[in-house]
Design a protein around this ligand. Sequence first.
Ligand code: NDP
Length: 287
Amino acid sequence: MTAKRIDGKQLSDAIKADVAHRVAALKQSGIQPGLAVVLVGEDPASQVYVRNKAAACEKAGLHSEVLRLPADITEERLLRTVRELNLDNRIHGILVQLPLPPHLNSARVIETIAAEKDVDGFHISNAGLLMTGQPLFRPCTPYGVMKMLESENIPLRGAEAVIVGASNIVGKPMAMLLLAAGATVTICNSKTRDLAAQTRRADVLVVATGKPGIVTGDMIKPGATVIDVGINRLPDGKLAGDVDFDSASEVAGAITPVPGGVGPMTIAMLLVNTLEATERYAARTDG
Ligand code: NDP
């Protein structure tokens, strides 16, 4: 069997085109959605992500601002910047690019973002809303995965979903979204005793560990849908996911490539979240 390749680039382009239409409609009523991206320091991967996010905003007609702050900024100064953005009426979404330099407390910085502008969905109140089934913002990467599963008509109700990785930004919110869709969810972490025994049960397998090749074809149930969230830079400079694509493709029913899979979806969903934050802002200020 050769798995169907799920094209995240194509789907993300369609979502971004829809966002551009809705942005144009909002502009007619005098509101342009605005996203502020805060980048602290010079991390090369973060710089690429931030550039891509700003370019996608521009293309879809959103206003975007990148605030580049020095790596040695004090926490107080960074918090002040976030508070200023909270009060800025041109900004409807705020994103602080992670990871932050180690002297900064990421949790405190994220908690300082106004929850209604927290387009990454990492604020503790947004995490709580998601967990209790009343999401305001769905974190962009898992949200993008859900859109991919939906577009492929992958059945989730009653399905066995296994997630490898339990981070606050991918694994845990992914579990909440799959659970809300009716899947039976297992979350694995680095202490999981027999990873292959877990992954082999999965109808839907989502892998987000940052460990290239951690999942191979022999760990996959025939016909399963495999979503590879990992983005790893190999020693030869190439990008690779967490799943061994070649062996997995021989067993899976459908699989996402890296690059061209989940990555572009994450950016598209950031635009969706910023647009929806703006639409809610417009509804509040109209009333
Ligand atoms: P984290 O490092 O925060 O979390 C990794 C998770 O994987 C942890 O829960 C860890 O377990 C688990 N893990 C590590 N080793 C194993 C193992 N051997 N077996 C089972 N579980 C393991 O990573 P992120 O969630 O932030 O990111 C994961 C990957 O996804 C990275 O490659 C990142 O670059 C990529 N990513 C891609 C995005 C995209 O847009 N496509 C967006 C965000 C991330 P434990 O909790 O026990 O430590």
